[in-house]
Ligand binder design. Structure first.
Ligand SMILES: Nc1ncnc2c1ncn2[C@@H]1O[C@H](COP(=O)(O)OP(=O)(O)OP(=O)(O)O)[C@@H](O)[C@H]1O
Ligand SMILES: [Mg+2]
Length: 487
């Protein structure tokens, strides 16, 4: 009978599945985590894997991909609590809903094991007929990871297909050149790596960045090993296996940023809340004082100034609290066009008194899924900023909504909202600091939190915000916000 690896993050489900498989005569290794499952998989001659689809933060499909990379012949069954097959199940051989019962599981196990035995019998002939050297070359060439080799002074000797895809250079463009071309701004790092290789040391999972042919920076994880001459063990070259981890890195950074934002937000809200209590007392005391008939004119003036300053503190705490209040955080359908119409009513008085002409162009209703209170805050701030700018100079406020794609990833569809004004524009310094907390050019009138918070909210919604601004004769500012509608 077979050696089966069973994986599930829920230990009770795993326990009973193991019993059923053992009852059918199989030997079962079990694991509740992806890491452990992978090491069991690599260390044992596993014949088949049965795994749950959702494993904590990872998916069974991701784990299956990794397993298929090293032992593609081992069949994998994915189990799921839902009965519809998730689209992404490309690495499994079978999908079973957990509701289908043990008989179905055992039947699928038997089917897969027998078709494996069948294909195993055929496999060795073809592989055995191929000379080992050619087989190894084919493995390297078709690897999903970039594999290159180089001399000990860094001259590139070989370059596989994945390296072409990752770095953008074809083999003939790099062979014979120095690896420094992949890291032009990191000569010391390359020198150190080569030195370690000469000393016979291996470098494992070293995370760094590299430059592609198009000049893009990508994050990579490198494993670099010295290659020794078969006869005398002398180090003659080095091999590098590089994996592109840009996507993972970006996802990690985004998560870290949004966590940091949430912590900072909660802290700010707590402080604002704590300030409000003494603030109310002081405001009340000042009010009573100002009612005192015995005060002379100078004292009255001082009280007036104190009162104005207190109002300013109150305004800051109010907006800070408002910005972070954790109310209605459940996402739902939001119409950006309706939201803008609403906000325009709110700003109507200011718009009219400044003589601003509002141009609306709604080519789409702008329906997205999001937290309405948060998105409203973003749009309100961007509109308020534009109106503030138009208070200095300019007369036009343009609001455009249309269906669009993400500039960074053209496969992602969504809604773009553009808010443009022909106000004074922003200096280079302002543009550089725009999204930093407490950066404001409005002195007493601004808190400088608007765009910082907006950016956090947009990132949380999977979107992005860009700005273009100029201060020359064609002055003005244009904010463009993208919110995805598919993921
Ligand atoms: N449309 C715009 N035109 C010119 N400058 C702008 C525009 N939008 C933003 N800015 C500049 O960016 C700065 C930061 O904006 P942000 O919304 O973060 O803070 P704020 O408006 O100053 O204060 P708050 O929104 O917290 O009340 C502003 O002080 C202003 O200098
Ligand atoms: Mg603002």
């Amino acid at each position: 009978m077979a050696l089966i690896l069973a994986v599930d993050d829920e230990s009770s489900g795993l326990y009973f599945r193991k019993l059923i498989l053992e009852h059918a005569g199989h030997t079962v290794l079990s694991s509740t985590g992806v890491e452990e499952a992978l090491s069991l998989f690599h260390a044992n001659p596993v014949d088949l894997v049965v795994t749950d689809h959702l494993l904590g933060r990872q998916t069974g499909n991701d784990m299956a991909q990794e397993m298929k990379r090293t032992k593609p012949g081992v069949p994998i069954i994915l189990l799921s609590g839902t009965s519809t097959i998730p689209e992404s199940l490309v690495h499994a051989d079978a999908f079973l809903s957990k509701t289908e019962g043990p008989e179905q599981l055992l039947e699928t196990v038997d089917q897969l094991l027998s078709s494996r035995a069948h294909s195993d019998n055929q496999l060795p002939d073809r592989a055995e007929q191929t000379p080992l050297r050619e087989l190894l070359a084919a493995i390297v060439e078709d690897s999903e990871d970039a594999i290159l080799s180089k001399t000990l002074d860094g001259t590139i000797l070989t370059w596989n297909k994945a390296a072409e895809r990752m770095y953008g250079y074809r083999a003939e463009e790099v062979i014979g050149k120095n690896v420094i071309m992949l890291a032009p701004d990191r000569p010391d790092e390359i020198r150190e790596i080569l030195q370690r290789l000469r000393e016979g040391k291996k470098i494992q999972h070293f995370e760094t960045n590299r430059r592609t042919k198009e000049g893009q920076t990508i994050f990579v994880s490198l494993t670099i090993s010295p290659v020794r001459e078969a006869n005398n063990g002398e180090i003659i070259a080095a091999s590098t296996i590089a994996r592109d981890i840009t996507q993972t890195k970006m996802a990690e950074d985004a998560l870290r940023n949004s966590e940091r934002l949430a912590v900072a937000g909660r802290m700010a809200a707590t402080i604002a809340h704590e300030i409000n209590n003494p603030l109310e007392t002081v405001t009340n005391v000042l009010y009573l004082l100002s009612r005192n008939a015995r005060l002379d004119e100078a004292a009255r003036q001082h009280l007036k100034i104190a009162d104005e300053e207190l109002r300013r503190i109150a305004q800051i705490t109010r907006s800070t609290l408002g910005l972070y209040r954790e109310r209605d955080t459940t996402p739902g359908p939001v119409s950006l066009s309706e939201m803008i119409d609403n906000l325009l009513m709110f700003y109507q008085r200011q718009v009219q008194s400044l003589g601003v002409k509002v141009e609306k162009q709604f080519d789409s209703a702008g329906k997205v899924i999001g937290v309405s209170g948060e998105l409203r805050q973003v749009i309100a701030n961007i509109m308020a900023n534009a109106i503030d700018a138009l208070g200095v100079t300019g007369t036009k406020l343009k609001l455009h909504i249309y269906e669009s794609t993400d500039w960074r990833n053209l496969g992602r569809r969504g809604i773009r909202l553009v808010v443009a004004d022909d106000g004074p524009g922003m200096s280079a310094q302002t543009q550089a600091n725009l999204f930093h907390p407490f950066y404001t050019t409005k002195g007493q009138k601004g808190t400088g939190l608007g765009l910082w918070v907006s950016q956090g909210i947009i990132t949380k919604h999977g979107g992005s915000i860009h700005v273009r601004s100029r201060t020359d004769s064609r002055h003005g500012t244009c904010f463009s916000i993208f919110l995805p509608t598919n993921n």
